[in-house]
Ligand binder design. Structure first.
Ligand code: KIV
Length: 271
């Protein structure tokens, strides 16, 4: 942390919103990614439960445990990032009771997270209140909420009708009332996200929710081209082909080992 680039706090994030400056938000699950994203000037890092899919190859986010999430949180926080770090509470780590919510959110904070995120609206508002009352910054998450994918009927765009937008607004207001400092909207038409945002005082970030929000989140594996799997949401823009680069590097290495081109003299110790 330097004098020119102080740690990002909720005050920094509120200031960005007030000035109409967009916040830059990406997922990170490991130490090197956190270092690279932080050096690039990213404002927020989400240690997402998407780690289940991106890092562990599971078919959805619900299979990751609190202990597994703690390994990813610990790795990101080891980078001591300037960015604001949000730990994503995994499935059943907070839905079960206020006590579970506070205890598990507290584990993330003790490991270095600046805030936690949980999915759902009015039905999780009491949990949010309990965590906020324990002194923890909480981000809400509405729209496409992968922890209840079965109830939503799969990866489907949310907020496509006036009634659905009204329900989102009610949920967002319940979260705001419970004390969240920000709400993340996932997979909504831009006009729906704008309608939700205009009803709120808290910060609104989006992933696949169009441009009329206070900042953009992307899953780092999606933007870097290193996700292994079939899910390719429309809203993702690829900024690199890391997977392909890594595969080519391994193939070159394998070729050089097999042909004897590696190691050469300069790679060997002298007596
Ligand atoms: O886990 C995650 O990365 C998330 C995003 C998909 C919003 O929650």
């Amino acid at each position: 942390m330097t004098a020119e680039r102080p740690k990002v706090t909720i005050r920094t994030l509120a200031g960005l919103r007030e000035r109409g400056e967009k916040a830059v938000f990406v997922t990170a699950y490991d130490y090197p990614t956190a270092v690279f994203a932080d050096r690039a000037g990213v404002d927020l890092l989400l240690v997402g439960d998407s780690a289940a899919m991106t890092m562990m190859g599971l078919p959805s986010t619900v299979g990751i445990s609190m202990d597994e999430m703690c390994v990813f949180v610990k790795s990101v926080c080891r980078a001591n990032p300037r960015a604001f770090v949000v730990g994503d509470l995994p499935f059943l780590s907070y839905q079960t009771s206020d006590e579970d919510a506070v205890r598990n959110a507290g584990r993330f904070v003790a490991l270095g997270c600046d805030a936690v995120k949980c999915e759902g609206g009015a039905r999780v508002a009491p949990r949010v209140r309990a965590m906020v009352d324990a002194g923890i910054c909480v981000m809400g998450h509405l729209g496409l909420t992968p922890q209840n994918l079965a109830q939503l009927g799969g990866y489907r765009v949310q907020g496509r009708t006036a009634a659905a937008v009204d329900r989102l607004i009610d949920d967002a207001l319940a979260l705001q009332e419970a004390g969240v400092f920000a709400i993340l909207l996932e997979a909504l038409p831009p006009v729906a996200a704008a309608r939700v945002r205009e009803r709120l005082d808290v910060i609104v970030y989006g992933i696949g929710a169009g441009p009329h929000v206070d900042g953009q989140l992307v899953i780092s594996h999606d933007m870097l081209g290193s996700f292994v799997g079939d899910i390719a949401p429309k809203f993702v823009k690829r900024f690199a082909c890391v997977g392909q680069t890594v595969e080519h590097a391994f193939a070159s290495y394998a070729n050089e080992v097999r042909t004897g081109a590696f190691p050469r003299e300069e790679h060997c110790y002298k007596v």
